[in-house]
Design a protein around this ligand. Structure first.
Ligand code: SF4
Length: 559
């Protein structure tokens, strides 16, 4: 393709990703600027721009979700009067251990899993509402615009190049081609969510994760089910352990009654699993066939589907999240409390702290690493640090499977608080996956034997489920899933791991097809729900997720 001439635009603050963290950042920053103006401050006109790859604000937001409202209250104290979709307080909580056919109630719910004062919400609705509050303040959000590439001057981030629109599968411009722009900013805030593609590049280029643990993840698969009016008790929360996960696999299920007619139900599966045939979507289907859950779902019907990876590494895995010309907020910097399985309140708080940091930088006219260090100082003096440091070893407890946790607790009791003061070493998730013969021995079973058969109600095949995520991409565009060497898929991976991409992807993007005497990888990129699991879980680390044309992807609604 010939060299592209791009338009340039200068802004003061560029926010990449309109999730709760960056929306909170822009909202708080506008407030600080308004206050400065009102008190005769020296700050001139400040241009803040938010770009979002989803077709609209909230389209790519998905979470459980039980919200701790602490940060939202701080950001917008009258959120209830303004009609925030935060209306269902948690009314009861139950923790269950599921066996194959039965269940027992766990008599003691750990304090981290108690939700008094929290609300069951749809993150997707909360994000859209936050976007509307921001737009009401006069800030424009450019949805359908992806950040394709970071712009650097040496190691300084100076902005982002947005996505080109109208490139065909072969990489050639189509008639409606529109080149992306170079948005140049004094400070760029990366709030792309989990495993953001620009954030990943930045972390690697500037070695922001030096002396940190590698990030560790789970993948959550979630559905909404609708019931006749009056069927459900709003606010009821169930967490499940055990079935269908084996003892080496971290994770658990959740059921949240959003209202008297809708529940959110899902399963979270640790991506440090051993069995290469682990398939989060199929395991979730299995979970729904458990007699207790099947009975619960009897009168309902599935209305929405979605999936996303969750950064669970906690304190030890937080990368350096500031530097010359940039800050990283929310899930993108792993501000998630893994013991509470909650990150929305920390994301909002991180956005607010980023705003205060940027405001101070704007005042000084200094956007260097030294000036933006303030963000680090701020989050370390906030509830983000309190929560993350307090639960810093949570994920490590389960590093060797669910049953390694009691041994960890015993060691803590015997050796006292000093036992785990140092950073415990962990390895990247995908390195835990065992080769077929290591895991199964000489007789490797057919993976299908674990997949429950679609029954049109509890169990759906992946393609039918993806339909309920509203996912759509322009078909005639280059694949946004870059596989470095498909030869590995067709040869080494077939025999060593049995092509686990076919299993871990919850949207049937990856399929192995027969080709002559061998196998060939087929990528159905248009099914992708942007969960990022493949970028994390591939055992050879050869899959890279990059942004497709802006506006593509899921259109979550109520998730
Ligand atoms: Fe998730 Fe990757 Fe599948 Fe897309 S292709 S749905 S990012 S696993």
């Amino acid at each position: 393709m010939t060299e592209i001439t791009r338009e340039e635009m200068d802004v003061d603050v560029l926010l990449v990703g309109a999730g709760p963290a960056n929306l909170a950042c822009a909202y708080r920053l506008l407030e600080l600027i308004e206050q400065d103006k009102a008190s005769g401050g020296s700050l001139g006109e400040t241009v803040i721009m938010v770009i979002e790859k989803g077709a609209h604000v909230g389209a790519h937001s998905i979470s459980g979700a039980v919200l701790d409202p602490v940060s939202l209250k701080e950001l917008i104290p009258n959120f209830s009067e303004l009609g925030a979709p935060v209306k269902t307080p948690v009314s009861s909580e139950t923790m269950l251990y599921l066996t194959h056919g039965g269940k027992f109630k766990v008599p003691w719910v750990p304090s981290s899993m108690r939700h008094h004062g929290c609300y069951i919400i749809s993150l997707n609705e909360l994000t859209s509402w936050l976007g509307a509050q921001l737009e009401a303040k006069g800030c424009e959000i450019f949805a359908g615009t992806a950040g394709a590439k970071l712009l650097f001057e040496d190691d300084k981030v100076v902005g982002v190049q947005t996505d080109d629109k109208g490139i065909n599968k072969e990489g050639e411009p189509k008639a409606a081609f529109e080149p992306g722009m170079n948005l140049r900013a004094k400070v760029t805030v990366l709030g792309e969510g989990v495993r953001g593609s620009l954030t990943k590049t930045l972390i690697s280029k500037l070695k922001l994760d030096d002396n940190r643990n590698p990030q560790t993840y789970t993948t959550g698969v979630k559905e909404l089910w609708e019931f006749p009016a009056g069927t459900l008790t709003p606010g009821a929360v169930y967490h499940t352990m055990g079935f269908p996960l084996d003892r080496q696999t971290f994770g658990g299920g959740f059921i949240y009654n959003l209202s008297d007619t809708v529940i959110a139900i899902g399963l979270v599966v640790g991506l440090n699993y051993r069995n290469p045939f682990t398939e989060p979507q199929a395991l979730f289907s299995q979970m729904k066939t458990h007699p207790f859950i099947a009975k619960l779902l009897e009168k309902g019907k599935m209305i929405r589907y979605g999936a996303k990876a969750i950064p669970e590494g906690g304190y030890w895995s937080v990368p350096k999240n500031y530097g010359d010309g940039f800050l990283i907020t929310g899930d993108a910097t792993a501000f998630l409390n893994p013991a509470r399985l909650k990150g929305v309140h920390l994301a909002i708080k991180s956005g607010m702290l980023a705003a205060e940091t940027i405001f101070a930088a704007l005042k000084k006219g200094d956007f260097s690493d030294a000036a933006l260090l303030l963000y680090d100082q701020k989050w370390r003096s906030s509830l983000i640090y309190q929560e993350l440091y307090g639960q810093r070893n949570f994920h490590h407890m389960f590093e060797h499977g669910v049953w390694s946790a009691p041994g960890f607790v015993v060691r803590r009791l015997l050796q006292g608080p000093g036992a785990f003061r140092k950073r415990p070493p962990i390895i990247e998730d995908h390195l835990n996956m065992r080769k077929l013969t290591d895991y199964f021995g000489s007789s490797v079973p057919k993976p299908e034997q674990w997949r429950p058969k679609p029954d049109g109600k509890l169990v759906m095949n992946k393609l039918d489920a993806v339909y309920f995520s509203g996912t759509h991409h322009e078909e005639d565009q280059p694949s946004h899933l870059l596989v470095k060497d498909t030869g590995i898929c067709a040869t080494k991976c077939v025999s060593e791991y049995g092509n686990p991409c076919q299993f871990f992807c919850p949207a049937q993007v990856y399929e192995m097809e027969d080709e002559g005497a061998g196998r060939k990888l087929k990528i159905n990129a248009s099914n992708c729900v942007h969960c990022k699991t493949c970028d994390i879980a591939d055992p050879y680390g050869i899959i890279t997720w990059v942004t497709p044309e802006g506006g593509g992807g899921p259109k979550y609604d109520g998730l």
